[in-house]
Design a protein. Structure first.
Length: 333
């Protein structure tokens, strides 16, 4: 049992003392210890060339570590058969590498077919997965990759990675090749999907905003493959371990806090004299300040109703957001 009284989740991926020195002498990763719990989404973030992709590829043995051990679900990956190992690990990369001359449905069917499923079962699974990632099979299943937008191709990549229903998903800059608006949409869709599927996910990005938004925990890598800090987004923003992390997290960090600080009951004004009908869109009490602010900005009345379950518990105004943000900054000062 942990401090919250619930049983701690199993460790699904464990890296112990992992290092990688390439043949030319480049040290890409140094003495890395990292644990990822079952069902957790961990984001590796850091500047270009700091060893994030190397770390990811060591987990599915596309790259062999020079030192240390990597375990998945208690099994040492270096002694596992690499082909069987990769069956349990979905892999999504930025250049998703769809087969250009195969239809979308066939692209997604490849993996189940490889594992000996019948054509009919593989097709049914592919159709289900296309639906899951928000691509209408009727419209898209029989298209070729070049007939899709970048964001749609990216979703096919995610569908294909999920085709074997792997417990672990590795994603290398999965939302990197699309414009910022599509990127945000894909991030949100993936978060929704992850809430449903509960996979153990390790994702690489160089974008700290994406890391803070997506990660249950975030590992900040520094030059030379050194792990500078590993913690929840709030821990990282609230207490950077050193100057490097503080710099990387950036000067806009008080604004970034909006996405990790929850609304508090004491930031609300009472409902006095305001009827539910007078309010625009309502938000839930467990929203983040970012959600709250987004709704406030859309609303001409300058206030938004806050619900707990079906019950209205108060009204949030810009003053309330300001108070909550100030309080959260004061807490870590
Ligand atoms: N095959 C290789 N041989 C030699 N050095 C390599 C090889 N692959 C990567 N490196 C070097 O290892 C270091 C880490 O590379 P890696 O791709 O893991 O970084 P990254 O953090 O994922 O970078 P980016 O964000 O730019 O993708 C870099 O200095 C890179 O030049």
């Amino acid at each position: 049992m942990d401090a919250t009284g619930s049983a701690p989740a199993n460790v699904m991926i464990r890296l112990s003392g992992v290092g990688k020195r390439y043949d030319d002498g480049t040290v890409a990763v140094q003495d890395l210890d990292l644990e990822v719990r079952e069902g957790e989404m961990v984001v590796l973030v850091g500047p270009s060339g700091c060893g994030k992709s190397t770390t990811l590829k060591m987990i599915n043995r596309l790259i062999e570590p020079s030192t240390g051990t990597i375990e998945i679900d208690g099994q040492d990956v270096t002694t596992a058969d690499p082909v069987r190992l990769r069956r349990g690990i979905g892999y999504v990369i930025q250049q998703i590498g769809l087969f250009p001359h195969q239809r979308i449905v066939t692209n997604v069917m490849t993996v189940p077919l490889l594992y000996g499923e019948s054509k009919a079962t593989a097709r049914a699974r592919a159709v289900e997965l296309l639906e899951l990632v928000g691509l209408d099979p009727e419209r898209y299943a029989d298209r070729f990759p070049h007939q899709l937008s970048g964001g749609q191709r990216q979703r096919v990549g995610v569908a294909r990675a999920l085709a074997a229903d792997p417990p672990v998903l590795l994603m290398d800059e999965p939302f990197g090749a699309v414009d910022p608006i599509v990127r945000v949409r894909l991030q949100e869709e993936f978060l929704r999907l992850q809430r449903e599927l509960g996979k153990t996910v390790v994702m690489v990005t160089h974008d700290i905003d994406e890391a803070v938004k997506m990660g249950d925990r975030v590992a900040v890598f520094a030059e030379g493959g050194r792990l500078a800090q590993y913690g929840t987004p709030a821990e990282l923003l609230g207490g950077p371990a050193d100057e490097f992390v503080a710099d990387f997290v950036g000067s806009e960090k008080s604004l970034r806090r909006l996405s990790v600080v929850p609304l508090r009951r004491e930031d609300l004004e009472p409902m006095d004299g305001v009827s539910a009908g007078q309010l625009g869109a309502a938000i839930d009490l467990d929203s983040t300040l970012e959600d709250a602010l987004t709704h406030l900005l859309r609303d001409d009345r300058g206030m938004v109703g806050v619900r707990e379950g079906a019950q209205f518990v108060g009204v949030l105004t810009p003053d309330g957001v300001h108070r909550a943000l100030r309080a959260s900054l004061a807490e870590q000062a």
